[in-house]
Design a protein around this ligand. Structure first.
Ligand code: FWO
Ligand code: ZN
Length: 399
C-alpha cells in the first residue's frame, strides 16, 4: 500500500486536505488522518504544499507517429513513455491520421501494448482519416467488438483537403457501425472526427444530429479551436449537448499572432460566458501528429509536430494566466474524456477507481509526482520509470 498524506485533493472537484490510501492499483480510502503506522503501508508520500489531481487522459495522440504530408522525410516519430508521464498523462488513446497506409492497425496495437507494458493505460481508435475505414479485422464493428483496446473509430477527417471526401451516407454508415460496435461490446464506440480548415466545418456532423436517431454523444469532433469560424460552429454543437475537443498548442502565443486559432483558455472562457456546461469540452494533445502548412493553392510549405506536453502547458495557461479555476480545466482532461470514451474507473479520485494520480506544485502547477495504476512513475519531477530505450543498456542492466 501507498499513502499520500495531507495533500489538497481535486477529484477534480476540490475536497480540501485529505489523505489517499492506495492498495495495489486502486484508490481504497480518501479521508483525513489515515494512520500511517500500518505495516501494510510501504511508502508514504508527503503531499504537503501539493495538489493531487486525477491522472490526465489524452484522448487523441499519434503514438506511432503520423505526418507524411510533405513526403517520406516528413513522417513524424513515435512517442516514448516519458512524453506522457513527465506531463501528467496516465491514459492515452492512440490514433492514425493522414497516412493510413504506412501506418497501420498492427503497429498502433503493438505500440499501445508496449506503452501499457511500460506502465501507462492505453486504448486505440481503429481507422485513420480515411473512409472506407482501414480496419484490423474484416470490418469496423468487428474491430470494436473483438479488440479490447479499440474503443472507437478515428480520426475520421472532414472539411479538409486531405480527407477522403466522404459522402454523407458513407460518413453516416461509419457512425452507425461504430455505435453498434460500441453497444455490443459495452464500449463508447466513439467517432473521433478531425475537422480541417474548410468552410464546410461541422456540416456532416450537424446533418447526422438533425436527421437521424443517432445521439450527439456518439460524435466527438476535435481541433475545433483551429480557427474562429469552426470554433463558433463548435459552440453551436455544444449548445445542443455535444462534447467538443480543443487541440492543445504549446506555441499558441505565436499562432495567435499569425492565425485565428482560438487559445484553449479563451475557448473555455467563452463556454463559461455562454453558459455552456463545462462537461462538454475536452483537451487533447495531437502529440506526434504533424502540423503541416499549405499555401492557398494547397501546396505544401512546411511542417511542425504536436507534443503531449502541450496539454500541461495549456492547463497552466488557463489557471495561472487566465484565472480559470483548476477544477474546471481539469474536467477537460479527466472526467469529461472518461465519460466520452466510457473509460471505467478512470478520470476521478474516488474509492475503487484506478490509482492514476498527479501531484502538482500548488504555485507553478509543475508535475511533482505521477502514479500510474498505483506505481510511482515520476517523483520530485524526475522519471523513476523510463521507456525501454530511454536509458542506456548499461544503466538498465545495473537495475
Ligand atoms: C492536425 C494529424 C492537422 C497526422 O490538421 O490531423 O494536420 O496525420 O500526423 N494534425 N495530419 C494539426 C492541426 C490541428 C494544427 C493532424 C496529422
Ligand atoms: Zn487531426
Amino acid at each position: 500500500m501507498k499513502l499520500i498524506k495531507n495533500a489538497n485533493v481535486f477529484t477534480p472537484e476540490p475536497i480540501g486536505n485529505v489523505d489517499l490510501l492506495i492498495s495495489d492499483n486502486r484508490i481504497c480510502r480518501i479521508e483525513k488522518n489515515i494512520d500511517e503506522n500500518n505495516e501494510l503501508i510501504q511508502e508514504v508520500i508527503d503531499g504537503t504544499g501539493k495538489y493531487v489531481v486525477p491522472g490526465f487522459i489524452d484522448g487523441h495522440e499519434h503514438i506511432i507517429g503520423g505526418g507524411g504530408e510533405g513526403g517520406f522525410s516528413t513522417r513524424t516519430p513515435e512517442a516514448v513513455l516519458t512524453d506522457f508521464t513527465l506531463n501528467g498523462i496516465t491514459t492515452v488513446v492512440g490514433c492514425i491520421g493522414t497516412d493510413g497506409v504506412t501506418r497501420n492497425m498492427k503497429s498502433l496495437y503493438a505500440k499501445a501494448k508496449g506503452l501499457e507494458e511500460e506502465g501507462i493505460s492505453t486504448f486505440i481508435y481503429t481507422g485513420s482519416y480515411h473512409i472506407p475505414v482501414i480496419t484490423a479485422t474484416a470490418d469496423l464493428m468487428t474491430d470494436i467488438i473483438m479488440l479490447d483496446k479499440v474503443i472507437g473509430v478515428g480520426e475520421i477527417a472532414l472539411s479538409d483537403h486531405r480527407s477522403s471526401q466522404p459522402t454523407y451516407e458513407e460518413f453516416l454508415r461509419v457512425v452507425s457501425d461504430a455505435r453498434i460496435g460500441g453497444m455490443l461490446s459495452g464500449k463508447a464506440g466513439i467517432v473521433n472526427i478531425h475537422l480541417g480548415d474548410s468552410k464546410r466545418c461541422m456540416d456532416l456532423i450537424e446533418k447526422v444530429v438533425a436527421e437521424t436517431e443517432i445521439p450527439i454523444s456518439q460524435l466527438w469532433p476535435t481541433h475545433v479551436n483551429r480557427n474562429a469560424m469552426l470554433f463558433e460552429k463548435a459552440l453551436e454543437l455544444a449548445k445542443k449537448g455535444g462534447t467538443i475537443d480543443f487541440t492543445a498548442n504549446e506555441n499558441i502565443d505565436y499562432w495567435e499572432t499569425v492565425s485565428d486559432e482560438v487559445r484553449v483558455s479563451k475557448g473555455i472562457k467563452r463556454m463559461l460566458e455562454d453558459n455552456i456546461s463545462t462537461d462538454l469540452f475536452t483537451i487533447t494533445s495531437d502529440g506526434q501528429g504533424s502540423f503541416p502548412m499549405f499555401d492557398e493553392n494547397g501546396n505544401y510549405i512546411g511542417i511542425g509536430i504536436g507534443k503531449a506536453r502541450a496539454i500541461l502547458k495549456e492547463v497552466k495557461d488557463c489557471v495561472l494566466n487566465y484565472n480559470i479555476p483548476l477544477e474546471i480545466v481539469l474536467k477537460g482532461i479527466t472526467t469529461n474524456p472518461a465519460r466520452v470514451l466510457k473509460l471505467k474507473n478512470k478520470g476521478k479520485i474516488e474509492v475503487g477507481y484506478d490509482a492514476d494520480l498527479c501531484l502538482l506544485d500548488k504555485n507553478t502547477l509543475d508535475i511533482n509526482t505521477v502514479i500510474c495504476k498505483g506505481k510511482v512513475m515520476v517523483s520530485n519531477g524526475k522519471p523513476i520509470v523510463l521507456g525501454t530505450f530511454e536509458q542506456d543498456i548499461d544503466t538498465a542492466l545495473k537495475k
